[in-house]
Design a protein around this ligand. Structure first.
Ligand code: SAH
Length: 390
């Protein structure tokens, strides 16, 4: 039955076995798929809405779904799962209250999410993949490589787990955590629709932002989804020569094609594009770069968000000083480009993309190496004692 789900439901991907147990992971399903699921096991359709809204309220087990008959709850335990993400680590910024979560998934992988407070409410930054394939030279997410895509329910699950843990209602979502959203297109779009659902989290599309490293086919496809989700593009360079050094994807998709796709996106959605630009000392932060960037973006409905590059252990880039960032911003503004300088939230808790996961992986590796060293030491001492026995 699992493979049939999602065939007739709009937005259904049929990607529903998330936890490797063979059970159906219900947070992956939209209402239509849930209805199919329930009618498939001889239940009434309305059970779908009940379960969907329990999931949206953060229920982590069927036992919490108290308006379902006990017998149904028992049946569901055999067929399906709703288990939430487990908080493996949580860091709270003493400076601004930003919370960084390291979540454990059912298969043992770990991902990161961040909760930030702005004047207009709470924003969750969610991951779309376990690791990343894109290889950007300044990014911690890419260093440990790519493991797998997250399912729609696992992306949603990050918001549910954050709400459950913190007690706040998330009203904005940015898909700017670990991974490249357009490299996991179907699951990300399904997640956006799930999060928007009235019976679910009910987050407006205009309160959602997807950030891409510039996968042009994904951008064009996204423009045709018929929703007004904000698009952010990690540009980080004012010409292809610099960009391809920083971002391998720059060799495949040139800046002029990205700008072309951005124009199409703004025309179709009426949304302003945000270009992210991490300023790296001596690499992309000259005043000529600023003028070149302004020329590229002239006439486009957009905003440039300047980010002082975040230091990542093992990567030697240094961020441009405050003065240079302000000079860079001034040139853009003078040329009519709306520009902001990103507030550095959670700088004391390593809030930049992928850094907590990386430190966890390094810690695990360290422990493994220590164990291996212990094992080989004990193997050696065994060998010694054996040889001594001879
Ligand atoms: N793959 C997507 C989203 C994930 S990264 C993308 O590329 O947009 C989220 C943002 O953080 C991107 O703009 C990325 O370029 C930026 N980023 C990654 N590492 C950074 C660092 N060390 N300093 C500043 N920004 C960084």
């Amino acid at each position: 039955m699992a493979s049939d789900l999602g065939k007739v439901c709009p937005g259904g991907s049929g990607n529903i076995n998330a936890d490797g147990s063979g059970k159906i992971y219900l947070p992956d399903l939209n209402i239509c798929e849930l209805e199919e699921f329930f009618t498939g096991i001889g239940q009434k359709k309305y059970r779908a809405k009940q379960v969907f809204s329990w999931i949206a309220r953060g229920a982590g087990s069927f036992d919490e779904m108290t308006d379902l008959p006990l017998s149904l709850r028992e049946e569901l335990k055999l067929l399906a799962s709703v288990s939430g993400l487990k908080v493996r680590k949580k860091l709270v910024s003493a400076i601004d209250g930003t919370v960084k979560y390291l979540f454990g998934l059912d298969d043992g992988n770990v991902i990161e999410s961040v909760l930030m407070e702005y004047i207009h409410g709470y924003t969750a930054c969610v991951s779309s993949q376990v690791g990343c394939k894109m290889g950007c030279s300044f990014c911690a997410s890419t260093i440990a490589g790519f493991r797998r895509n997250l399912t729609a329910g696992e992306i949603l699950g990050q918001i549910l787990a954050i709400q459950r843990d913190s007690g706040v209602k998330v009203n904005n979502v940015v898909v700017m955590g670990i991974g490249e959203p357009f490299d996991n297109y179907d699951n990300v779009v399904k997640f956006l629709r799930l999060a928007n659902s009235h019976d679910g989290l009910n987050i407006g599309y205009r309160h959602m932002t997807v950030s891409t490293c510039g996968l042009v086919p994904g951008m064009l496809r996204f423009a045709d989804e018929g929703f007004q989700v904000n698009l952010a593009i990690s540009l980080h360079a004012s010409n292809d020569r610099i960009r391809e050094k920083l971002m391998p994807v720059g060799r495949k998709y040139r800046i002029d094609k990205i700008i072309e796709a951005s124009k199409i996106y703004t025309e179709k959605t009426n949304r302003r594009i945000m270009f992210e630009y991490a300023l790296i000392e001596g690499v992309n932060d000259s005043l000529e770069n600023a003028a070149e960037l302004a020329f590229l973006l002239k006439g486009l409905l957009c905003l440039v968000n300047l980010i002082p590059v975040n230091p990542v252990e093992g990567i030697s880039y240094r961020h441009s000083g405050r003065r240079r960032i302000e000079e860079f911003a001034a040139i853009l503004k003078e040329k009519g480009i709306e520009t902001t300088i990103r507030r550095e939230l959670g700088s004391d808790i390593n809030a930049a993309c992928g850094q907590l996961r990386r430190s966890e992986i390094n810690a695990e590796k360290g422990a493994e190496q220590a164990n291996e060293a212990k094992d080989s030491a004990s193997a050696e001492s065994n060998a010694v004692s054996k040889s001594e026995c001879k």
